[in-house]
Design a protein around this ligand. Sequence first.
Ligand SMILES: Nc1ncnc2c1ncn2[C@@H]1O[C@H](COP(=O)(O)OP(=O)(O)O)[C@@H](O)[C@H]1O
Ligand SMILES: C[C@@](O)(CCOP(=O)(O)O)CC(=O)O
Ligand SMILES: [Mg+2]
Length: 396
Amino acid sequence: MEVRDCLISAPGKAILHGEHAVVHGKVALAVSLNLRTYLKLKARSDGKVCINLPNIDTFVCWELSELKQLTSSSDKKEELQRLDAELVKRLRKFIGVTNENLDSSASAILAFLYIYLSLFGSGDMPSLTVSVWSELPTGAGLGSSAAYSVCLAAAFLCATGNIPTPLKEWEQTGRWCQEDLELINSWAFQGEKIIHGNPSGVDNAVGTWGGMLRFLAGKIIPLSRVPLLRILLTNTKVPRSTKVLVARVKDKINKFPSVMIPVLDSVDAISCTCEKVLTEMTCEPITGDHYNILEELIDINQHHLNVIGVGHPSLDMLCQVTAARGLHSKLTGAGGGGCGITLLRPETDSTTVQGTMKDLRDCGYDCWETSIGGPGVQQHFPSSVKEEIMEVLNRY
Ligand SMILES: Nc1ncnc2c1ncn2[C@@H]1O[C@H](COP(=O)(O)OP(=O)(O)O)[C@@H](O)[C@H]1O
Ligand SMILES: C[C@@](O)(CCOP(=O)(O)O)CC(=O)O
Ligand SMILES: [Mg+2]
């Protein structure tokens, strides 16, 4: 089977409120970032399947004949509710992993092979190279795993013809229709399950649809009327794994249900109050009171996240450094290190912002003011993608 080359991208995300609680059926508010993951799929004619993941220093090639042995006639490619445990078992054995917590390379390869074999395994399997490059830090709370899974899902669904190519000759980028996006999102969720263990689905939803959304128990509501927020993103560079942190929270809830469930309920109320305030800010003049509430909610949630066990001294430091400048911060994503967000007011002057960024860089952190609300998954003509990104992708 010959596939058509394609170039796909998907955005990372920041969670404003609701990380971890969302895994347990509470509301989360999340927004896409202007940092994206790019995937290039190229057909080959030598019977190999190759994957190049320079962000995590992973480069692997297999013979199609080896991969064909991993398929089974009982594999059901329409089954999208649960992971195919048998296929996961075969793949784990194939790549030689025995322990539960996989390293970055093993998780990324497993997600790739799972989606590739599920979508192509029952038919003619194509020889191809997939190369991925991301502007997002990996494993830092900005949804790199979801952006990666969304790109894989979109590329393979396009290659199988399950969804059409949305590019029109006169357009530089194309987006899919709602039904196609839902299919991409479901397959990306499978990838997230491999990488996260028990994901809520909020990250892949933001990677698929972009913008700001409210997520509750798999239900995705785009929030189209939201004010423009200024956010400072800080990466403490302390590595952590979402899978490990999500499992840790679950253990804590199981150990102290009557202590932890009220905390999750309070996080839920924070997300709902924040959503209400954001909506008010679009239909009445924005006042300092709105920002006072948003800032207090950030502080309360950060305390809750510490209570549920996903804080880290590097994040405490971030909160202290920004508080000294009158700014409010919380971790974003799974915590345990990784990234935090700091809310800036419209009137926060550049001296304060620059000074805060300097203080944070002096702690060894990366820090940048970000724009939020980038588009969801897209297909591109190569000429619409920044040269430096194409340069990396074209190396392979
Ligand atoms: N650009 C990428 N290339 C390859 N694998 C990636 C990439 N981005 C993410 N991943 C996979 O996702 C994992 C990080 O996921 P996770 O721990 O959920 O952190 P986050 O999603 O917050 O970045 C990486 O270890 C890797 O397996
Ligand atoms: C902690 C969690 O709420 C968000 C994880 O985000 P990230 O992988 O750290 O970017 C988990 C989830 O929702 O699946
Ligand atoms: Mg993730």
